[in-house]
Design a protein around this ligand. Structure first.
Ligand SMILES: [Zn+2]
Length: 265
């Protein structure tokens, strides 16, 4: 069983993200205006354990994005989980797709001035490349990274991931670098097919239609290779896909001369 959770929404300037001029791309009016993007997490319940993928929290000042004027955020992720009958203490496995703020800023809460893990019984899986990437930030005890991922590490809950890893029966972490050095995705075998949580391998459906559009912060060669490896696996499987910032589940379809994102209800 899986539970999809939305922690926040913000506005993205895709033309800036992809460094393209909207005037050159009249077929894609989404480039000319700010586009709403969600911040989603996914929870998978299995007899052997309960997995949470990413722990985003709403932030009034989203770095790299624009706040939605007058936006009222939903309850924090841990409250949404509790309401769905999943106490945060019951989470046994927690995959952080990558160490960008919007995927880990909901890992801890302040208790008596201390940053405490919200998921105290979960092994937290982070790609080693991202742990190395955030070392300069971890040197500052007040940084977001120190107060979240650092606190998780100090609590003995962090497990660094070097490659493919099966964490529960039929659930595997797969490295997919590019968005960040340690970016990782999750392949989930479900009763009715395969589901992938692809993190930020795609941020918007435009990136499926125009794969040459990648965010300017990504390392392009690795990112393209990760997308190619993912598509080679997921298209023959007719897999369902969840991307952190594309609302709801989808599939990627071949259109003959390219590909498109198709929402799945
Ligand atoms: Zn993101």
């Amino acid at each position: 069983m899986h539970t999809l959770l939305n922690a926040s929404e913000m506005l993205a300037n895709l033309a800036d993200w992809y460094q393209v001029d909207p005037a050159d791309e009249p077929d894609y009016p989404e480039l000319a205006t700010l586009q709403p993007v969600v911040c989603q997490a996914l929870c998978i319940s299995r007899p052997e354990g309960i997995l949470l993928i990413d722990a985003p929290a709403h932030d009034d000042n989203p770095g790299g994005a624009t706040p939605i004027p007058g936006y009222a955020p939903p309850p924090p992720l841990e409250e949404q989980l509790q309401a769905a009958g999943i106490p945060p203490e019951s989470i046994s496995h927690l995959v952080i797709t990558h160490a960008h703020w919007d995927h880990f800023n909901g890992l801890t809460r302040q208790v008596d001035g201390e940053d405490q893990p919200i998921y105290p019984n979960a092994v937290h899986y982070l790609g080693r490349g991202d742990w190395e990437m955030i070392q300069p930030a971890l040197a500052d005890p007040q940084s977001l990274q120190s107060r979240t991922l650092g606190a998780v590490e100090r609590a003995g809950l962090l497990q660094l991931v070097d490659g493919e890893m099966e964490i529960l029966p039929g659930i595997r972490i797969l490295p997919a670098p590019g968005e960040s050095p340690g970016h990782q995705i999750v392949r989930i075998e479900e009763a009715d097919g395969v589901l992938y949580h692809v993190g930020d391998l795609y941020h918007h459906r435009l990136e499926v239609a125009r794969p040459e559009w990648a965010c300017h912060w990504a390392e392009a060669t690795a990112h393209n290779a990760s997308r190619a490896a993912f598509l080679a696996a997921a298209l023959p499987e007719n897999a369902s896909i969840l991307a952190s910032h594309i609302a709801g589940f989808g599939r990627i379809r071949s259109t003959g001369d390219g590909m498109k994102w198709e929402a799945v209800s």
